[in-house]
Design a binder for this molecule. Structure first.
Ligand SMILES: Cc1ncc(COP(=O)(O)O)c(C=O)c1O
Length: 429
């Protein structure tokens, strides 16, 4: 592998001139692509048309227990929807509450309630504490950080290890500091490193001793069935592990069908254990009368059970796989011979994590934008949008076509090499 810092001046000058020429030709080609968010592809949305037609006449609107889903009632969701999510997130159906279409909204509400009223075990509402903070495995999901930031909750970054966050560090922090009230996790195909938490990580998260009596784990199962290779990520039930460890109130588990059916037109859920379930229901009984049960019906009729979900998600996974492979192969072809960057090869989820060994992520993202390819802003995977090493970029290959992805990945490689040549010195890892 050729080391950027060890190139002769002549080799360097030749490479810069070749790359600059290729970059200029991209700039003048008029390419215009948005790879900034992980949106489901149109082809997948089209395959979901059966959802639109799943409830088509008044007789269809009755749930299994005889409820007319066109009316008020059943605020926490129809039984069959709770049972479907029960299989997905490995939580008893009685602990699950079905929301509207956005799990992020349920997470916002959970934090909001903690701030105004506190949770099970809280000495006082979080808003009355001098300081409250959360552990944030990085790089992670920018919208999670935005929620915490909105409520003035401090964020403590902890690095990923390839099978979840560095648990030695997590255990150390939570055991010492009572102001650390939680950790935010995407346990399966983490957004955006692709980490799948190992069984050991799950067990340690469930069992660790926290100084805060109201410590919670916000456990976001957004990608729990989003395998790319048809091999399910098998992990233990976090809910069961928490109960076994004597921490029934610790898990707050979220999921939605946003990336299974329709983003914004799907259904979502949250689950709580112990007194947190009661507290959440008390607040929700004030907050709304019912959610869209017709949409819950549509979803359970089409998604049915775990086996049907898996079959469907396998089809979607095989549509996404060529996109991921295109990006990974382009990176390998263009960058494999240099020490300029490294990237994840996820087994599922929606993202590839790209890391520049010489830093300069902001500059690379800006150069791509100038040439017509919009990427997620550099730093977005870090609290307050600040990546201290300025080295990570999130790649979202799900929406663009394979042809567009090939071009975008090539442009990214050109910019990454040019910036590595400019920066010259590798970052200390
Ligand atoms: C980790 C994670 N959680 C939640 C969401 C949003 O979920 P929802 O559409 O259910 O609000 C996303 C969307 O990208 C995500 O990546």
């Amino acid at each position: 592998m050729e080391k950027i810092s060890e190139m002769t001046p002549q080799r360097r000058a030749e490479l810069v001139s070749e790359l600059q020429e290729r970059y200029d030709s991209f700039r003048s080609s008029g390419i215009s692509l948005d790879m900034s968010r992980g949106n489901p592809p149109r082809s997948q949305l089209s395959l979901n048309s059966d959802i639109l037609n799943a409830v088509s006449d008044p007789d269809d609107c009755i749930s299994e227990d005889g409820t007319d889903c066109r009316n008020y009632g059943i605020p926490y969701g129809i039984r069959e929807a709770r049972e479907l999510f029960s299989q997905l997130i490995q939580v008893p159906a009685d602990n699950i509450i079905i929301g509207g279409s956005s799990s992020l909204n349920l997470m916002f509400d959970t934090i909001s309630r903690a701030v105004t009223h506190g949770l099970a075990g809280s000495p006082r509402p979080w808003g009355k504490e001098e300081h409250v903070s959360f552990i944030c495995p990085v790089p992670g999901y920018d919208r999670h950080y935005k929620i915490l930031e909105y409520f003035g909750i401090g964020m403590i970054p902890v690095e990923f290890t390839g099978h979840g966050p560095d648990m030695d560090e997590v255990e150390r922090i939570v055991s010492e500091d009572p102001s650390v009230k939680g950790i935010i996790c995407v346990p399966v195909y983490s957004n955006y490193t692709g980490d799948v938490y190992s069984p050991e990580t799950i067990v340690r998260l469930a069992g660790m001793q926290a100084k805060a009596p109201d410590f919670i784990v916000l456990y976001d199962d957004a990608y729990v069935v989003h395998d790319l290779y048809g091999e399910p990520a098998v992990i233990p039930s976090f809910f069961d592990e928490c109960v076994k460890a004597g921490h029934p109130e610790r898990p707050v588990i979220f999921a939605s069908t946003s990336k299974m059916t329709f983003a914004g037109g799907g259904i979502c859920c949250v689950s709580f254990g112990g007194r947190n379930l009661e507290l959440a229901k008390n607040a929700m009984s004030v907050q709304f009368i019912t959610h869209d049960k017709i949409n819950q019906l549509r979803h359970v009729r089409v998604l049915k059970d775990m086996r049907t979900v898996r079959e469907r998600m396998d089809r979607f996974g095989s549509m996404l796989l060529p996109k991921f492979e295109t990006v990974e192969n382009t990176f390998e072809e263009q960058l494999g011979g240099f020490d300029a960057a490294e990237w994840s090869k996820p087994r599922g989820g929606y993202f590839i994590c790209f890391r520049l060994r010489h830093g300069g992520a902001k500059r690379v993202v800006a150069m791509c934008a100038q040439a017509g390819v919009k990427l997620t802003p550099a730093g977005a995977g870090f609290p307050y949008g600040v990546d201290p090493t300025d080295s990570y970029i999130r790649i979202a290959p799900t929406f663009p076509s394979v042809d567009d992805l090939k071009k975008a990945a090539e442009l990214l490689c050109i910019c990454s090499l040019l910036v590595a040549l400019e920066n010259n010195t590798p970052l200390e890892v």
